[in-house]
Write a protein of this length. Structure first.
Length: 296
């Protein structure tokens, strides 16, 4: 029987567990997909679609598309059973998700791939995506400490700084999405206005020399984390003040840890390591495919 693509169902769960069991067998980490698959099926609707590749009644591939904004789609959870890799099933899923996203109004689609995931990197290029940016996570430890610079919470000031920041250019204007975990979308003035009210927008310096914005608190591996959509700054002193401000903000929430997205440049990585001292060892890559309506 030839492979077919269809909407995911609850009775696919056992197949999904099986096909994700050895995704990262060479790494000390478990796949998150079995934990979220049932929720993905339940949440399918106008703004998200979960598809599987079906062969002889068994799901041997999986992927999901989510509309983050009216024009930005995010593709995630691409998995192919090891017995079926190299047969073009990833591209088949991607083509169907692109068609769905284009019909939903998306003009651009993006995805994230771990830098060590060679198969994922190759699959992204084979499907027509291009690498647009890379980023890294920094994890300041929550603590009650006063930054060495003035801390503000003005979205207008933050927006002006963001527009002029070299970090914005490196990140192609993207930051951690406020609605979907592990997804990046365009950071807008409206988003900063909302976060300043609902979460926190932090600037450091009388004439701002750094910016961060908190998007949510979440649970990860039994710990509560405060997540910050982006952190950018002008120099090492501003980095120290910004990460201190983030640590102090997180301390007021009583969380166990933090996660801050920063641009992947030698300056940002070196200064973050010096100022914060707790930084991931590898970057993550963001891939993009434009003009979805023309491709569907």
């Amino acid at each position: 029987m030839s492979p077919t693509v269809r909407t995911a169902r609850h009775d696919d769960y056992d197949d999904i567990v099986e096909l994700t069991s050895d995704v990262w067998a060479d790494r000390a980490m478990a796949d998150y997909i079995p934990d979220v698959f049932r929720d993905w099926v339940d949440d399918d609707g106008a703004d998200r679609k979960t598809l599987v590749v079906d062969v002889d009644g068994h799901a041997v591939g999986l992927a999901q598309a989510v509309m983050l904004t009216e024009t930005e789609a995010w593709f995630q959870g691409m998995r192919i059973d090891s017995d079926y890799r190299g047969q073009g099933l990833g591209s088949l899923l991607t083509d169907h998700l692109i068609e769905w996203a284009a019909d939903a109004g998306a003009s651009v689609g993006r995805s994230m791939v771990f830098s060590w995931n060679e198969a994922g990197l190759g699959q992204s290029l084979a499907a027509g995506f291009e690498a647009v940016t890379s980023f890294r996570w920094v994890h300041p430890e929550p603590r009650d400490e006063t930054p060495g610079m003035t801390v503000g919470n003005d979205p207008a000031t933050a927006w002006r700084y963001w527009q002029e920041s070299d970090g914005r250019d490196v990140l192609s204007g993207l930051a951690l999405d406020s609605g979907e975990s592990w997804a990046l979308s365009t950071l807008t003035r409206d988003t900063l206005d909302r976060l300043a009210t609902d979460q926190a927008v932090l600037t450091v310096g009388d004439k701002p020399r750094g910016l961060a914005c908190r998007v949510r608190t979440t649970e990860a591996d039994g710990e509560r984390l405060a997540e910050y959509a982006v952190g950018v700054w002008s120099d090492v002193d501003a980095a120290r003040a910004l990460f201190t401000a983030i640590a102090a903000d997180a301390a007021t929430l009583g969380v166990d840890g933090t996660r801050v997205l920063i641009p992947e440049t030698p300056r940002h990585v070196a200064q973050a390591a010096y100022a914060s001292g707790n930084i991931d060892g590898r970057p993550d890559f963001v891939f993009e495919i434009d003009g979805l309506g023309e491709l569907s």
